[in-house]
Design a binder for this molecule. Structure first.
Ligand code: ADP
Ligand code: MG
Length: 397
């Protein structure tokens, strides 16, 4: 609209005032020929080709993306996606499946089943992927009426009262927070959930999560789509982060982060990049909402993601497939290319017709072509943004 107004106003003044009044005034010739030229100017300078085709291209791009399960919350985010150079990922649920399996149970005094039951009860009201897997592993499901006073401690774990005992379940940071001593001797690979009852260490449960099958491909697709830096941020422990990062081929990772640390990391990364390059953050959890809104483009996993993450995000991937990020970038780039094509084409034809009109070589038919003809061609070109099938195949060789 703005570009159109810029284009319209000077030509209005140009066409009506000097073209129609000056030459006849100076040369003393008839008015009608010059009035005709002024009208041709007016028709040619109508900006409707731009006014209609630019938003239409963006709608097309958004529509095409949504057919691929990618919801983009506005044309400006397509523009931002096209210029994304850094992509930052949350680990759990974004790069990994987020469906953990309990692999090892190491109790202190209790039996394995008792420890699992204690953890499952404490975790009963949490919707964290870790919590869901512990609950799923505990069969038969214990009675939730035994649990009261549940408190979720973001990035650490949960605290709850089970059968009158205060139970903690979470990572090493949680144990440190409540000054519970334990020996960290577990050699098993995975995320370790420590459990304590009434201030006494009760044992730990090891659960492991697998990277999503599409994740490695998704990361190499991003590199091919022009992303220069991929980073993983996680609240999980260093060894797990290192293994996942190496397996998927990320450029860097930062482990052991609390939700607030993730925001700090994003701030550092944003400060390090050039101002014209964008940073995208991809996440799924409630804790990710502040980071999602701080990034230039926030991308949320729609199926596994929390409502807060989906709300805070600019782009939502409905099927949690990280490969869709590179696809979204390709759709965004093509949409912008179509927009530029239309702008350049419309302006070029219109300026050519204005020149011809000024020297009296354009008829009203030329003017009508420069107006309606250019508009129809630009609109047809804009509809190309809707078709995204050809872009999909590239990501699945
Ligand atoms: P990520 O950054 O990998 O998505 P989160 O920030 O959601 O992970 O969680 C970070 C860490 O906090 C987990 O790896 C886990 O150790 C601990 N944690 C968080 N929520 C829970 C929970 N409900 N039960 C046990 N541990 C938890
Ligand atoms: Mg997460």
């Amino acid at each position: 609209g703005f570009a159109a107004a810029l284009f319209l106003l000077p030509t209005l003044a140009l066409s009506l005032l000097p073209t129609a009044s000056l030459p006849p005034f100076l040369a003393g010739t008839g008015w009608t020929d010059w009035l005709h030229r002024a009208l041709i100017f007016l028709v040619v300078s109508c900006p409707c080709a731009l006014v209609i085709s630019v938003p239409l291209s963006f709608f097309g791009g958004i529509g095409g993306a949504s057919r691929q399960g990618i919801l983009v919350k506005g044309g400006n985010y397509l523009e931002a996606l096209a210029r994304t150079e850094t992509v930052v990922f949350d680990k759990t649920g974004t790069l990994t499946r987020g469906t953990f399996e309990v692999t090892v149970i190491h109790p202190q005094q209790l039996s394995e089943q008792e420890l699992l039951e204690l953890a499952a009860l404490a975790e009963h009201f949490s919707t964290h992927p870790i919590s869901l897997s512990i609950q799923a592993a505990c069969r038969p499901a214990p009675d939730p009426a035994r649990v009261t006073d549940v408190k979720e401690i973001a990035g650490r774990g949960v605290q709850a009262v089970v059968d009158g005992r205060t139970v903690l379940a979470g990572n090493q940071k949680l144990m440190d927070q409540f000054q519970i001593s334990f020996e960290d001797r577990c050699r098993h690979m995975g995320t370790i959930i420590h459990v304590a009852g009434d201030g006494e260490y009760a044992g730990h449960i090891v659960i492991s999560d697998q990277p999503k099958p599409e994740a490695a491909q998704a990361l190499s697709d991003l590199k091919a789509a022009g992303v220069r830096r991929t980073v993983m941020l996680t609240g999980d422990a260093e060894p797990v982060a290192k293994a996942v990062s190496a397996q998927l081929g990320l450029d860097e990772y930062h482990a052991g982060l609390l939700p607030g640390d993730k925001v700090d990391q994003i701030e550092t990364l944003i400060a390090a990049k050039k101002s014209k390059e964008n940073l995208a953050f991809v996440g799924d959890g409630i804790n990710d909402a502040p980071v999602l809104s701080r990034a230039d483009v926030g991308i949320a996993m729609g199926a596994l993601g929390s409502d807060a993450a989906i709300e805070a995000a600019d782009v939502v991937l409905m099927d949690d497939d990280p490969a869709k990020i590179a696809l979204a970038m390709r759709i965004a780039r093509r949409t912008l290319r179509i927009v530029y094509e239309n702008i350049v084409f419309a302006l070029a034809v219109k300026f050519a017709c204005l020149l011809l009109g000024a020297i009296g070589m354009a008829s009203m038919w030329t003017a009508i072509f420069a107006d309606v003809g250019v508009m129809v061609i630009a609109v047809l070109n804009a509809t190309r943004a809707l078709y995204t099938k050809d872009l999909v195949r590239k990501s699945q060789p």
